[in-house]
Ligand binder design. Structure first.
Ligand code: ATP
Ligand code: RIB
Length: 305
């Protein structure tokens, strides 16, 4: 994994304030987070061998984030501390229906450069899968995808937060993973929104037309839709009480990446991702609610590529 490391500052509120309004929330809870760290921990908890290339600040939040990664068994040899810089922070408000709203201050994540990625190119080339998100500087993400793809390593990009990306990067992805909002934004950026095809599988197929070899759309409580070169479909999610959806997408991406690294096909990897994501919404926090391999065993009968 090449990705962000944050601490999440979480406050529960009855409803979010409008502009100019102040509301009183719960006591503040500080938890390890960040999409890169979350996805690395999700895959490691499920039994994967995972390394994370990233940056933290030389502060107490950085120590908290590092301790969580080490406890999960993530290889942090390439997770360096940036002197005089704060660790990334995510300000999260959580409403009673389990939904979150997040503002991220990138902090040390901004310090990870394309040159840093090049310095670890040998490790990237030895990975089965390189998984990326967009909470790092874009040129850094782009370089990691190029180096991995040039070495024949499968590249998974969780395009979150959504932004426009060049077709040259899209063409390296297998799969592109987005949620429904990110899918809508991407199709809108490309001028491909609207049209007649409105089913979710058709939307995943339209995302493939932007360049990736395969595309996955996570659908919250409705599961996920996927489209690859030889198969497409919907994977429904189990009905579960959703206490906190923060990090559900990261649990999905971590589990999907692990299944792909183990040679399973996209359909099977999405089924595993959905089970991990749906487990994660049952508890509060991101990493704190992720399953381990006993909670979500890779079911027998999942097909390999
Ligand atoms: P987040 O940004 O909150 O981490 P996301 O928007 O990236 O999440 P979602 O599509 O909300 O991702 O959810 C990812 C996966 O988590 C889904 O595919 C599903 O398996 C599971 N999930 C999310 N919400 C629910 C829910 N209400 N009930 C059951 N499963 C859920
Ligand atoms: O996807 C959830 C994550 O997004 C949180 O842990 C927060 O750190 C933000 O990066």
């Amino acid at each position: 994994m090449v990705g962000s490391v944050n601490v999440d500052l979480v406050v529960e509120v009855a409803s979010r304030p409008e502009a100019g309004e102040t509301v009183t929330g719960s006591d503040l809870v500080t938890l390890p987070g960040g999409k890169g760290a979350n996805q690395a921990i999700a895959a490691a908890r499920l039994g994967g061998s995972v390394a994370l290339l990233g940056r933290i600040g030389d502060d107490t939040p950085g120590k908290l984030a590092l301790a969580a990664l080490v406890a999960a068994g993530v290889d942090c040899a390439d997770l360096a501390t940036v002197a005089g810089t704060a660790t990334g922070v995510a300000l999260i408000t959580l409403t009673p229906n389990g939904d979150n709203a997040i503002v991220v201050s990138p902090g040390a994540n901004r310090a990870l450069t394309p040159a840093d990625v090049e310095a670890t190119a040998d490790r990237l080339r030895r990975a089965a899968v390189v998984t990326l998100q967009l909470e790092l500087p874009f040129p850094t993400v782009s370089r990691a995808a190029e180096l991995a793809a040039m070495a024949g390593v499968r590249v998974v990009l969780n395009l979150a937060p959504a932004r426009q990306v060049p077709t040259t990067l899209m063409c390296l992805l297998d799969p592109l993973v987005v949620n429904e909002h990110e899918a809508a934004a991407l199709l809108d950026f490309s001028g491909a929104s609207g049209g007649t095809g409105s089913t979710l599988v058709v939307l995943a197929q339209r995302l493939r037309e932007l360049g990736p070899r395969s595309a996955v759309i996570t659908l919250g409580g409705a599961g996920a839709a996927f489209a690859g070169h030889d198969a497409a479909g919907i994977v429904p999610a189990p009905r579960v009480p959703a206490l906190d959806t923060t990090g559900a997408g990261d649990a999905f991406v971590g589990a999907l990446s692990l299944a792909l690294a183990r040679g399973h096909d996209l359909d099977a990897a999405c089924r595993y991702g959905v089970r991990a994501g749906s487990f994660a919404v049952r508890g509060k926090g991101a990493q704190t609610s992720f399953p381990d391999a006993e909670d979500v065993p890779i079911p027998r009968g999942l097909t390999r590529r």
